[in-house]
Design a binder for this molecule. Sequence first.
Ligand code: AQP
Length: 335
Amino acid sequence: MEENSTKKVILSGIQPSGILTIGHLAGALKNWVALQDSFSCLYMIANMHAITVRQNAADLRRRTLETAALFLAAGVDPEKSVLFIQSQVPEHAQLTWVLNTFAGYGELGKMTQFKDKSAKNAENINCGLFTYPVLMASDILLYQADAVPVGEDQKQHLELTRNLAQRFNYYYSDTFKIPEPYIPKIGSRIMSLQDPTSKMSKSDENQNSLIYLNDSNEEIINKIKRAVTDSNAEVRFDEANKPGVSNLMTLYHLATGISFEDIEKEFAGHGYGDFKLSVGKAVADWIAPLRERYNEIIKDKKRLESILIYGAEEAHKIARKTLDKVYKKVGFVRF
Ligand code: AQP
């Protein structure tokens, strides 16, 4: 990241809690790559967030590197953006402790994601799950981010981040920049292939519901063939009444650039069989170059590690400045 750049700062991250899906490409990575020239971007592998749901250690280690390789394969450029692993920058945990003392028990309990995740993980409702949004606030505030790309499900967390920053600034003095939500110009929400009314999620146990970014062409085509649609064989974009078909149309549009109107014309009078085959082939063609780049990048562990070490050092330099200010303001002794 250029020193003294006047570019606005953007921070975003993805948890390495599974292999990334085509949803991450459409909803996050595609947009991240487009932002790199006009913003100072920090892109983070959010492994500290990931352990709020129990992870197998070996899997988490492997997936952390795979996630980094997928960021690079999708076009994140380590010479333009800071690419780092969250746990390698200790300031995230350090600021979280301070901000925990500014977050209310009641306000954290109201977070929709906490309620949803607690319901899904009833056997492990840990305090990390509860303070997850405080860690997210630290991620953002450490870098004095101007903007954070957020989907619907993260809006509430960003609002909390803004409240915590304002509360701290008011109690002490101006310390944190108040971040704004960034609503991406491009980016789409990709739904599960088996339940098109819910988001495609990497931790979904049903392998047919998602397309991983390292799936083979054959796997992609087969999963799309099995996708849930509806009983009236008409290719028409209508998310409320035809969520499955609309989701496939979104994928076809992303893969080919063809407008929804033209997709409807192209498949008028055809059955879903033809449509699904075309979508499958188009998505496979779209993903294949990314997968090939990924396969090359993941082979060269030394290079990948050095990119991540460099990224962590860059992130640490910025984060340290903010944390030093915070420690001074709260009255932590420094020798
Ligand atoms: N299906 C999706 N469509 C569009 N965007 C998506 N994102 C995730 N899934 C889709 C975008 O990816 C970023 C964060 O990803 P994350 O993995 O850190 O968290 P998540 O949103 O909770 O993703 P998953 O796959 O559902 O994770 P698990 O299963 O581990 O809980 C965000 O920018 C998000 O919009």
